[in-house]
Design a protein around this ligand. Structure first.
Ligand code: NAP
Length: 316
C-alpha cells in the first residue's frame, strides 16, 4: 500500500494525509458509483476524503465508510480524515452549526476532521444552480459566519475549520477577527493555475493550502485536458517513466501544498498515489513554473460573469 506523507494543521489534534480523494463528480453519477469508488480508494490506501454538501457525495461517502468498517478495511473511523464544506446558502451565523449537523447526519459520523466555508459568498435559498445570478447574492457577514465555524470546532463537531476559494484579501479580513485562525484554504492549484502569491501569503500566515483540480478537472464542464495532455508535462513524464498526471501531482506536492484529486477508476487512483518516492529536477520544476497561466476557469464557470467575480473579490 502507498506510503502517504501526513502534515499537522495549526488546529485539530490529528494529521492530514497529503493526498486526498475528491468525491465531486461531473457529470453527477449515481450514488452507488461514488460509494464503490470510495471503497476502492480505501482498499488502495486513501485515508483522506474531500466532500461537500453541494457535491451530494456526503451520503454515499458515509455509506462507504460504514461498509469499510463492516468489512474490516479500517478498524475505526479515526483512521480517516474527512472534510466537508458549508454551502453558500447556509453562510449565515445561525445556519452554520445546523448545516454541519446535517452534513454529519448525511455522513453517519459524529465529527468531521475539517469543515470549510466553501466560498466567500452567501446566496439566497432560491439559488439552486450555478452559475449564480447577481440577484441571488446576499452580502456575507464573514465575521459572524466565522464565529459559527468556531462554535462548530468548540462543540467538537469538527477537529479543524478552514476556508475555500479565499483570496489574500479575504484571508486578511478573516484573520483580523478570528479567535481560531483558518487551518486550511482549499483552492485550485495546478501547473496552469499556480497561485504563487497566495501560496506565499498562506505560508507566512501558517494557513495550509490544499489544491483542488490538480489535474485541471479534465472531463468536467469547468475543466479541460490541457494538463493531462500538456506537451511539457508529457516530455518530463516520458523521461522519468511517469505519466503527465503524476508529474502535475508531484509538482503540486513540491509547492508545499496537499492535494485532493478525483478519480473513480481504480488504476488511476493507484497511479495518483505513486508520487512520493521520486522528485522533479530543478530544471523540470522551472519548465513547469514557466507554463502560461490560464487562471480561474473553474471559478468563472461557477460564478458566471466577470463583473460578478470581481465583486466577489476572487483571484482571477
Ligand atoms: P481533478 O482531480 O483535477 O480531475 C479529475 C478528472 O481527471 C476526472 O475526470 C478523472 O477521471 C481524471 N483523472 C484522474 N486521475 C487521472 C490520471 N491519473 N490520468 C488522467 N486523468 C485522470 O479535478 P476535480 O475533480 O475538479 O478536483 C478534485 C476534487 O477537488 C473534487 O472531486 C472535489 O473534491 C475538490 N474540489 C473542490 C472545489 C472547491 O471549490 N473547494 C472545487 C472543485 C473541486 P476518472 O475519474 O475517470 O479517473
Amino acid at each position: 500500500m502507498a506510503n502517504i506523507p501526513e502534515i499537522s494543521l495549526c488546529s485539530g489534534d490529528r494529521t492530514m494525509p497529503i493526498m486526498g480523494m475528491g468525491t465531486a463528480s461531473y457529470p453527477p453519477v449515481d450514488s452507488e458509483i461514488v460509494k464503490a469508488a470510495v471503497l476502492d480508494a480505501i482498499k488502495v490506501g486513501y485515508r483522506h476524503f474531500d466532500s461537500a454538501f453541494a457535491y451530494g457525495s456526503e451520503k454515499p461517502l458515509g455509506e462507504a465508510i460504514a461498509e469499510a468498517l463492516r468489512l474490516g478495511l479500517i478498524k475505526s473511523r479515526d483512521e480517516l480524515f474527512i472534510t466537508s464544506k458549508l454551502w453558500c446558502s447556509f453562510a449565515d451565523r445561525d445556519l452554520v452549526v445546523p448545516a454541519l449537523k446535517m452534513s454529519l447526519r448525511n455522513l453517519q459520523l459524529d465529527y468531521l476532521d475539517l469543515y470549510l466555508i466553501h466560498h466567500p459568498l452567501r446566496v439566497s435559498q432560491e439559488a439552486s444552480q450555478t452559475p449564480f445570478q447577481k440577484e441571488h447574492l446576499i452580502p456575507i457577514d464573514l465575521k459572524s459566519v466565522w464565529e459559527g465555524m468556531e462554535e462548530c470546532q468548540k462543540l467538537g463537531l469538527t477537529k479543524s475549520i478552514g476556508v475555500s476559494n479565499f483570496s489574500c484579501k479575504k484571508l486578511d479580513e478573516i484573520l483580523s477577527f478570528a479567535k481560531i485562525p483558518p487551518a486550511v484554504n482549499q483552492v485550485e492549484v495546478n501547473p496552469l493555475w499556480q497561485q504563487k502569491q497566495l501560496i506565499e501569503y498562506c505560508k507566512e500566515k501558517g494557513i495550509h493550502i490544499t489544491g483542488y483540480s490538480p489535474l485541471g478537472a479534465n472531463g468536467t464542464k469547468w475543466g479541460d485536458n490541457r494538463i493531462v495532455e500538456s506537451q511539457v508535462l508529457e516530455e518530463i513524464a516520458q523521461a522519468k517513466g511517469k505519466t503527465a498526471a503524476q508529474v502535475a501531482l508531484r509538482w503540486v506536492y513540491e509547492q508545499g501544498v496537499s492535494i485532493v484529486a478525483k478519480s473513480f477508476n481504480k488504476e488511476r487512483m493507484k497511479q495518483n498515489l505513486q508520487i512520493f518516492d521520486w522528485s522533479l529536477t530543478e530544471e523540470e520544476s522551472k519548465k513547469i513554473s514557466q507554463l502560461p497561466q490560464r487562471k480561474g476557469v473553474l471559478f468563472a464557470s461557477i460564478f458566471g460573469p466577470h463583473d460578478l467575480i470581481l465583486e466577489l473579490d476572487a483571484e482571477i
